[in-house]
Design a protein. Structure first.
Length: 101
């Protein structure tokens, strides 16, 4: 989408270890236009990451905005593993209740 000129997506961060941060620029789009563009960019970007064996999250976690993509890209085994680890350290779910993991 960035190549087509629909949206600017500069990257920055830890390129040396293959961990890039992307900033999707709103520029002069309306909130509704930007929301539509974000959905398309995320879908395209995460599909590419998946095809290349990459992940959609770096050192800081996934966040609520992108949680719907997490199950698809990580799969049930990795999700269950992360949830199991959290349960060991937080059996009563008092740390970050309502979060994904």
């Amino acid at each position: 989408m960035a190549k087509s000129g629909q949206v600017r997506i500069p990257s920055f961060g830890h390129a040396g270890d293959g961990n890039l941060h992307l900033y999707i620029c709103k520029d002069d789009m309306s909130d509704d236009q930007f929301a539509d563009v974000l959905e398309k960019v995320f879908a395209e970007m995460y599909d590419q990451a998946d095809q290349m064996g990459g992940l959609i999250s770096g050192e800081h976690g996934i966040g609520f905005a992108k949680k719907k993509y997490m199950q698809h890209l990580l799969g049930p085994t990795q999700m269950a593993l992360m949830q199991g680890i959290k349960k060991v350290f937080d059996p009563n779910n008092i740390l970050n209740p309502g979060k994904i993991v």
